[in-house]
Design a protein around this ligand. Structure first.
Ligand code: PMV
Length: 321
């Protein structure tokens, strides 16, 4: 058995995934759209060997318990496909803070799917890889293809996959991630998805999702920033409304998060092409045209409560390195 290393980018969702119609298979309640984040990455090495159990190192620290179980679950699917029994040594590292709403699990499971399937001698297509990555973390399916990506609901496990809708060079967007609180979030997205349907607002959010997704997809394809900014902010606000009204409620925003929303809207009103979106954390992803990124980064750094700004363009597909 050989060793393979894969690298993948996290992604930021423009139309969000929140809640599953099947938690075990991670079949989402609605389709979603994202872009991969260039410059930020997870690199994962997998070696199958003769040891008794799977092992996992993240940023050089041994991980056991739930974290290792989630990895072994993906390795089991790979072992089943490859008809083999060997355990694996998995070592993973990120160049960005994990668990802070920057989709670290998306990049992690995308890299794991690519590295482990190669190490097991499998040759999987892009859609098979996105399906496999999805079983570890739903949004990981979107980190497999390149650039701007749509993850389709499908009718079941087989066709619930992600595809590229435009390559990275299609539209020079930049994500300026304002770091508000880089500490590990209290409720992870796996637990969060399970709460989504306890909110009376989830049914309305899901019923309207296909409409928002179409507007967003067209705005990306037509490079229509104004429509794009309006729809990503609406979609993000709707997801957080569901989170805040779940039982128990999830409140990811901090006062600084809200302060940035007001600034971004004021900047847009004064002619700058910017819009915000927030995943399951307090950090704000401020999306802008690449030509304005320096100005947006500067303005964000001047805001009280912003401790850092990560800047990422549109990234490519997950790949073997
Ligand atoms: O893939 P998960 O289980 O980490 O869920 C991701 C959820 C959000 O980041 C909040 C939204 C999304 O579509 O990425």
């Amino acid at each position: 058995m050989s060793t393979y290393t894969a690298q993948s980018h996290p992604n930021i969702a423009f139309i969000k995934y929140w809640g599953n119609r099947d938690n075990a298979l991670r079949l989402p309640s609605n389709g979603s759209v994202s872009m991969n984040l260039d410059g930020l990455f997870t690199r994962t090495t997998v070696t199958f060997n003769s040891s008794q159990r799977d092992s996992l190192l993240i940023n050089d620290h041994p991980v056991s318990g739930k974290g290792l179980e989630r990895v072994s679950y993906i390795l089991d699917l790979v072992r089943e496909m490859a008809n083999m029994n060997e355990r694996a040594e998995v070592s993973s590292s990120n160049n960005f803070p994990a668990g802070a709403g920057i989709a670290s699990s998306a990049a992690a499971f995308a890299a794991l799917a690519v590295a482990s399937s190669h190490a097991a001698g499998l040759t999987l297509s892009e859609w098979q890889l996105s399906r496999l990555a999805r079983r570890g973390s739903g949004s990981a399916s979107r980190s497999i293809p390149s650039g701007f990506v749509e993850w389709m609901m499908g009718t079941g496990d087989e066709d619930c996959i992600a595809v590229s809708i435009a390559p990275p060079e299609h539209w020079m967007l930049t994500d300026c991630v304002a770091i508000v609180n880089a500490s590990h979030k209290k409720t992870g997205s796996t637990e969060g998805h399970a709460l989504a349907w306890t909110s009376p607002l989830q049914a309305g959010r899901v019923a309207d999702a296909a409409r928002r997704l179409e507007i967003c997809r067209n705005a990306i394809l037509n490079k229509d920033f104004e429509t794009f900014a309006d729809i990503i902010e609406l979609d993000s606000d709707m997801m957080h409304a569901v989170m805040m009204t779940s039982t128990p409620p999830l409140m990811y925003w901090q006062p600084t998060t809200l302060g940035i929303f007001h600034e971004v809207r004021a900047w847009r009103a004064s002619g700058l092409s910017v819009g915000y979106t927030v995943d399951a954390g307090a950090n704000v992803h401020v999306i802008c045209l690449a030509e304005d990124a320096k100005e947006v980064e500067k303005r964000l750094r001047e805001l009280p409560g912003v401790s850092d700004v990560l800047v990422a363009g549109v990234g490519g597909a997950a790949r073997i390195v």
